[in-house]
Structure formats: C-alpha cells, structure tokens
Ligand binder design. Structure first.
Ligand SMILES: Nc1nc2c(ncn2[C@@H]2O[C@H](COP(=O)(O)OP(=O)(O)OP(=O)(O)O)[C@@H](O)[C@H]2O)c(=O)[nH]1
Ligand SMILES: [Mg+2]
Length: 717
C-alpha cells in the first residue's frame, strides 16, 4: 500500500441516529475502494465495521470502528460511529481526529432526534457536515420530507446536490445538479451509467442547480461578482464556494444514497475528496502550551492516541492520528504523559478488524500499532527531540450512575482490575470506590451503556456483576445555635477516666463575624478566643474550631483530642451517619480530674457533647441537587415535565429550540436513578439529557423524616 501525503488524505466520521445505515455505507465505501471484494451486511454479521460479538448480538454498532478506503488515488479514513447516544463517547474521540462529519440520515424516518443530537455534537466540536439521505430504496422513503425536517431543525442549511428520480423499491437513479447529469445504477454493486438529464426533470434540475450556485456564491465575494456578471458559475467555481460554505459550517450539501444497494457511494466519495477539508485545510491541532500543530510531514513526529482497545489474542491496539511529521516502523517516540519511550514496532492501516501492514504513515493519516507498554487514549507520542502534548479529548459528563458489585464476594478484587481496564478502553466509564457510601459507584452514559459492560464482563471474563441503586451522599448540617455539656466518667477498678466538655455550636457561613457572646440553655456565654482552627472538609463545607477555655478548666494538651472527637462525629453525622458540614464549634468550659483525665476521655466527652448539641441545633439533612437539561420533541414536553415534577424537580426554564423543546430543571440526585431509561420510555427514545452537580440543598421535611427512620444509630456512647 502506498504512503499517502496529507494532501491525499480525507478523514471522515460517519454520524447519525441509530440504524440510519452508517455501517452499511462504510461497507460500500470499502468495497468501492477494493479494500474488500464482497460486501457484508448487518443481517449476516459480516461487515468489517461491526466486527465484535456484542455488536453481532445487538445488530448495531457499539464501538467506533476505523477503516479506510482508497479511491481516485486518495485515502479516505472513515470512522464509523454508533448512533446510540449511550455510546456518544466514541463520537467525541472520532471527531478529535476526523476533519468532517458525514451525517447519514434514513429517508424513511426523516430528520430524527438522534440526528439532531449528533449534529449538535458536531456543532460543539466545530466540525463541518456533509449530508447523506440514505435508505432511499426503502418502502417509506421520503426525500422531500427529510429535507424539510433538516430545514426546520438543523443549524446548518441543507443544500441539495442530488435528488432521487424515484424513491422506494424502484430507486435506481438520481439527478446530480452539480454535475448536471443523471446517474443510473444497473446493479447492486455500484455499476453506474452517466446519462443526460431526461426532459421531464430538466426544470427541477435547473432550478436546483441555480439554488446550488447561489448557495456556493454567497461565501465568496469574487464568486458572487462572477455570478452576477455571467449568471452562472463553472463546476469548479461551485465546488470552491461549497468548500468554504461547508468548512464554515454554514451549509450541508445533500447526497442521495442506498448503502445497502451501493447506489450513490462513489459520487459521495468523489465529492468528499474534491470538496471536504483535508488535514491541511481543517483547523490545526492545539497543543497544551497553546502552540498550533500543522499537518506537515517535514516536521518532528507527533502522534495523538484517540482510542485503545483490547482485542482477544492480540492485546491492546492503539489507534492514532499522525499530527505532524511521519511515523515509520521501528521508530522510538516518547509518551509525553509518562516520559517513557515507546517503540513503534509495527504499523498498520486499519480496515475494521483487518489490519494492513505499512512501513510508514504521514501527517494527517490515521493508523494503529500494537504492543505499546503504557500508552492510552489521549496520550501524545512525540519525537524525543521535539516533545509536545496535544490537547486531550474532552468527553461528555456521565449521565447514569449505579452501584456495582460482583455476585461472588471473592471476585471483588478481580472486578476492580477489570473495571480499571474498562475505564481505559472507554473513558466515558468512570469507576470509583466511595469511602463515604461504602459502595463502588460506576458512571456512564446510560443504562444500556453499563449493561453492555456487564455482558462483556460475563462473556469475556466470566465475571458476573450486579447493579443496584447507589446510596446518596447526603450531608448534615445545623440551622441554629445550641449548647451542650458532657461528662465522660468511668471508674472500674484500676485507673479511671474523666473528661468534661462544654461547647456551643452554630451554623457556619462564609464571612461570618468572630464569635463573642451567646445565650444558650439560659446561660450567658462570653467567648475569649484562645485558639482558632479552620478546616476545609474533604467532603465540602467547613469546620471552625475555637478554644475559649479560661482559667485552665481544660489543659491545652487535651484540645487535639477534643477536636478529634468532634471530627469523628462530623465524619459520621448524628442524624443519618452522613458527613456533617458548615459548623462552628466553641469549647468554652469543662473540667479535668488530676489523675483520671486523659485524651480518650476528652475525645469521648467532646464527641458526645457534639452529638447532643447537634441534635438540638435544628439539624437538617442536605442532598445533592443536579441541574438537568432535557432536549425533547415538543410533543413529549408535557410528559417529560410531569415526570420531572414527580421527581421533586424545580423547573427553571423552558424554551423551544428549532423544533425541539429544551427544559432546565434542578433535580435531587436521589430521584434520578435510572432516569435515562424512563426518559427514553416516555419519549420512545426521542429525548436526551445532560446532568451536572449543582449544589447541596436541604431535603423537605417528609423526606428528612423518612431518612431519619431508616437510619439506626449504631453509636453506643
Ligand atoms: N433498505 C435499506 N436498508 C438499509 C440501508 N442501509 C442500511 N440498511 C439497514 O438498516 C439497518 C441498520 O443499518 P446499519 O448500517 O447497522 O445502521 P447504523 O447507522 O450503522 O446503525 P448504528 O450503528 O446502530 O447506529 C440494517 O438492517 C441495514 O441492513 C439502505 O440503504 N437501505
Ligand atoms: Mg453502525
């Protein structure tokens, strides 16, 4: 295989709602480039893109697959992404290295929420789009309705380059209004005839050609002038205008296709090669130091790893894009994160599961290698003399959270290791053992996302796991001043124990004045600050601790033990055993015994005094609140809203957004377990959402009562 230079490479990412035909189209593209000599299908589980057991089982893509095809002496690298939003992490990594998105739509369903979601990701990532209306051979295909749907919803304007002559089972020709030709397909292997446009189509074709010309001229003053002058533009001029409109994300040229019958694939690839931005036209890669990295093969080598996947019998496969320079077999590069050398002993061009050995890859190209020692997604490998770190992929925030454990208790350690591996392979999976909740919490993009992990653990590692509702990290705090005394006294045979502590506690807030006088339990307490300590608690909030002991009632040497006793109770709050926060404590009096007083006695006295004061200080349980943003077709808004209200949500705002409704709400985490699943069933999978931690708020009284009842204090002091 020849080595392609940046000018000869296009890197595209196939996106679109689930099941629109991305994988099938990728197969046709590989076939057209003679990378495969027979086309597989989803139904027969033999496409080069969906090549894992789990994808065969579900008959859908679950991972992104990198493949290439060679066409017109160019190399097209294709990353076929899953349509399901549960696996959207793949799209973020694919777009890091892909320069343009090919939006594959299903003409039978029109513009779907899944298309909308993915096109929004493309917008966030600033990637241009080319549109493909696929499945035009399907019984319910409706090209015009699909165009209308895009017009109403999408942020980029569809510009028709092709339209079908007939749709449905008889689909075998389309008119190309850039070429001003009709393409007629005589078989299902892409064989085509280039014909003159039939007389009855000439009016429509001419009109659309005009629209295309105008759309192309808008982005370039010189072209506009030329167009006014001559009333027409050459094909090359139109291409040049479209090139700018696409690159600026203003327009999405529309192509006709049946991936399944290999109709339209070649023309689409020709257009991508002629018009889509290549590595040298696309925005440059940014390095963490702000430098911009050019796809220039004369420079020192740098590779960016966008994906690594474990494959049985082979081990880890590392997928990268050559950011600059060239990579050659045997080259030694340095991983900028670890500082360690990695030897690139083998290099491959990737066509799904098939890897074709190559000796070098140049700037702009995508390939893979194996047997690296410690390199993972988001790492940069660079020439030792020219170290650089490419800005990492920013993955979306997790939206689904569950507790996980191994069915067999003995497997816990092995599970920990396996989850760690899973995290490296799929950075949208987060796993953490919560000391606070005493559970392993796993987070991902949706229930389906985690279920796939579960079935892989079972089939590949013989590891059976269970998911269950995670505990909620409640917090406890107080709302008013309270005072308590506690005497710890024990006289059993030998040495006794004695410690007595008097304290005042009150709610802490930022910027509060220093303590001076209190009235509590009918006592007047005057504070003389002898010492002050302030702690930022690991779990959020503060503890302020004042020593206001006068006349040596308690020796200063016992103060650390007193603080320790309080901390122990902050760590396991008096109400529900959750962390306590935002409290000021003042130790203002107490008693010692000349013989029996020791640290343990004061620690216990402080702990019990704190517990008692806390309970009298209007204690409240606080819960984590998340801001949730739902994007749904308008027809489901009522259902989404009333469901959220049942989840104690506070609706913050609503707006319509290009055919969809966007709703913002603040929702307690306790009410969000399995939300992705119920939102999906409420809206037939048409809505999506994001969630983000916002703040801790007091729980309502009825919820607090329930939580108090559910907690049995095991503290036996
Ligand atoms: N009639 C018709 N069916 C198609 C066409 N392209 C794909 N299909 C069928 O649509 C279904 C989904 O095709 P895929 O290629 O897996 O779609 P996808 O977009 O990759 O799906 P995900 O990866 O799950 O998002 C399969 O049953 C295909 O056979 C087409 O052009 N015409
Ligand atoms: Mg697919």
């Amino acid at each position: 295989m020849k080595n392609y230079s940046a000018k000869e490479i296009r890197n595209i990412v196939l996106i679109g709602a689930p099941g629109t035909g991305k994988t099938t189209l990728a197969e046709a593209m590989a076939f057209e480039g003679k990378v495969i000599d027979r086309r597989g299908s989803i139904e027969t589980n033999n496409t080069i893109s969906d090549n894992t057991d789990i994808e065969h089982e579900y008959k859908r893509s679950i991972y992104s697959t990198t493949l290439f095809t060679e066409f017109m002496n160019r190399k097209l690298n294709i990353i076929d992404c899953p349509g399901s939003d549960d696996f959207c992490g793949n799209l973020f990594s694919a777009f890091k290295v892909g320069d343009v998105g090919v939006m594959v739509m299903n003409a039978q369903n029109g513009w779907q929420v899944g298309d909308e979601i993915q096109s929004r990701y493309a917008r966030i990532l600033n990637k241009p789009l080319i549109g493909v209306i696929n499945q035009l051979d399907g019984e319910k295909a409706n090209f015009e309705a699909t165009i209308e749907g895009i017009r109403a919803a999408s942020s980029v304007k569809p510009v028709i380059v092709q339209y079908p002559v007939q749709q449905g089972a008889g689909f075998n020709s389309f008119i190309d209004v850039l070429m001003m030709k009709m393409y007629h397909f005589t078989d299902e292997n892409g064989t085509r005839e280039e014909l003159d446009i039939p007389a009855e189509e000439l009016d429509r074709a001419t009109e659309l050609n005009q629209e295309l010309t105008e759309a192309a001229a808008v982005y370039d003053d010189a072209l506009m002038e030329l167009y006014f002058e001559k009333g027409a533009l050459t094909q090359d001029d139109i291409r040049s205008g479209l090139r700018q409109g696409v690159a600026n994300r203003e327009i999405m040229p529309i192509f006709c296709c049946s991936g399944k019958r290999d109709i339209g694939t070649k023309r689409l690839m020709e257009f991508i090669i002629n018009v889509a931005p290549g590595p040298q036209q696309a925005p440059k890669f940014a390095a963490t130091d702000g430098a911009e990295l050019e796809a220039d093969e004369a420079q020192a080598t740098a590779l960016f790893v966008f994906k690594s996947q474990l494959e049985q019998h082979i081990g880890e496969i590392t997928y990268f894009r050559v950011i600059r320079g060239k990579v050659t077999e045997g080259m030694e590069l340095v991983n900028s994160r670890t500082g360690n050398k990695e030897k690139i002993s083998q290099l491959f061009a990737v066509a799904g599961k098939n890897r074709i050995k190559v000796t070098e890859l140049s700037a702009g190209d995508i390939g893979c290698t194996v047997k690296l020692k410690g390199t993972r997604t988001n790492d940069t490998l660079a020439a030792p003399a020219a170290p650089v770190t490419v800005e990492p992929i920013v993955f979306p925030e997790p939206r689904y959270r569950a507790a996980i454990k191994a069915k067999e208790q003995n497997d816990e350690e092995k599970l920990g290791k396996l989850l760690n591996d899973a995290k490296y392979e799929d950075p949208t999976i987060l796993v953490e053992y919560s000391k606070e909740l005493k559970q392993t919490i796993i987070q991902g993009q949706g229930e389906h996302h985690l279920n796939i992990l579960k079935s892989r653990l079972s089939s590949e590692n013989k590891m059976e796991v269970e998911f269950f509702a995670p505990k909620i990290p409640y917090r406890e705090t107080i709302t008013k001043v309270a005072q308590a005394d506690y005497r710890h006294k024990k006289q059993s045979g030998g040495a006794g124990q004695f410690g007595e502590v008097h304290m005042v506690i009150e709610p802490y807030y930022d910027g509060m004045p220093e303590p001076s006088k209190y009235k509590a339990n009918g006592k007047d307490i005057t504070v003389n600050i002898k010492g002050k300590e302030e702690y930022d608690l690991e779990w959020g909030g503060k503890l302020q601790f004042y020593n206001s002991i006068v006349g040596g009632a308690i020796d200063a040497r016992f103060m650390p033990a007193i603080l320790k006793g309080i901390m122990e109770k902050m760590d396991e709050g008096p109400l529900t055993g959750s962390y306590a926060r935002d409290i000021r404590v003042i130790i203002y009096d107490g008693k010692m015994h000349p013989v029996d007083s020791n640290e343990i006695s004061f620690k216990l006295a402080a702990r019990n005094a704190f517990k008692e004061a806390f309970r009298n200080a209007g204690p409240k349980i606080m819960e984590p609140i998340y801001t949730v943003e739902v994007l749904t077709p308008s027809e489901y808004m009522g259902a989404v809203m009333s469901d959220l209200q049942n989840r104690r949500a506070m609706i913050m705002g609503m707006e319509s957004d290009k055919g969809f409704d966007r709703l913002n709400a603040r929702v307690p985490l306790a009410e969000l377990y399995r939300y992705s699943t119920s939102l999906s069933s409420l809206t037939s999978g048409a809505a999506t959402y994001t969630m983000q931690f916002a703040s801790y708020e007091q729980v309502p009284a009825d919820v607090q009562d329930k939580l108090l009842k559910a907690y049995t204090d095991t503290d036996e002091d």
